[in-house]
Design a protein around this ligand. Sequence first.
Ligand code: CTP
Ligand code: MG
Length: 411
Amino acid sequence: MGSQETKPQNLDCGTPNQLKAGVILPAAGSGARMESITPKQFLQLAGEPILIHTIKVFAGCPAIHCIILAVAASQEARVKKLLTEFLSIETRQKIRVTKGGATRQQSVKAGLDALPDDIQLVLVHDGARPLVGRELINACLRKTREQGTAIAAIPVNDTLKQADADGLIGKTIDRSNVFRAQTPQGAQRQLLEQAYLVAEEDNFIGTDESSLLEHAGIPVAIVPGEEGNIKITRPDDLRIAGGLLGEENMLRIGHGFDAHRLVEGRPLIIGGEVIDYPLGLLGHSDADVLSHALIDAILGALGKGDIGKHFPDTDDRYKGINSLKLLEEVIGLTNDTGYALSNADLTILCQRPKLAPHIEKMQQNLAAACGAAPETINIKATTTEKMGYTGRGEGIAAHVVVLLRENPTKI
Ligand code: CTP
Ligand code: MG
């Protein structure tokens, strides 16, 4: 068979092996199921927006000559900024940005319309599937060259149930030959364009390219998908994706230490709790040694200096202030930076008074100020066996260790 015969119909730019490939990344959705103000494809995953991860995988495939991003008109400026911030000039040269539509199908259509003329093999991949592997991309490309179409899909492992309207199981569905569809999905350009024409004529709407190809009577060849190639759809998916990426850079640790002198004529306030005792801690604020150590630990984890830098004791606004208010401010800063308190371990060094009866209240006060569950704040108290300044009852000290975790949905 000569090369003339092996050419797909209506194509005049080489054999399947020579056909140039491009990818369309639909990324114009609003991510309703993610319930975040920011569309999910722009949420952070291991320090980079999800869409940037996706683009980088395709940019790293030499066989992909062109990357079309279909994005919502309202997000175009954001996308252009992200591309400049995160991608090299070489990668940016491969990218075209086009306006997506109201449905995924319309966004992919806009991507098809924006494809350069010399691209004859098309992969479509959800912008919100950042963990796709290059092997899978290449396998889909190979299958598309060989058979004209391809879909990444995984056989269903779980038993399938169909529920009745009353929420009870109606029946068990036979799962043999049932697959979960992923992307990439590939097709020779003319086949995909043909499928889009038929869908338009029939007012057919599908949630992936394969549905449209099937509807047009074009067979679609299966390529084994990857379990890790998840679509970020709900908040849990972000955590799963983070775990798969091993996001050690999503955690930050901090240590805080503080000590105050015990004097007459001051109330004793520790962890927001006023404790009945003849002496109190001396300081510019309420001198709550435990809250201060916690604040310092959080600021340390954020890499943002210490309590004195944020609330100087030369500033009259902080004279006698309730330190829980300062803690609330620091937690606000933490959230604004994209982090949340994972847990804190606090140790108070105090010879007298006995603190055990007050620990639970302190825990509640600090947890409330942090907007965290009480279990995330562990408080211990110890004497120093009458040794040193705490042992002699001259003062009280506190050590705190905190762990912060990145909180992408808040960005
Ligand atoms: N997509 C698109 N244009 C649309 C809708 C979806 O380009 N009008 C894109 C999404 O941005 C995503 C991919 O198609 O990359 C898969 O869609 P889906 O996971 O459903 O994303 P959303 O539609 O954004 O999410 P939801 O359905 O929860 O609103
Ligand atoms: Mg959707």
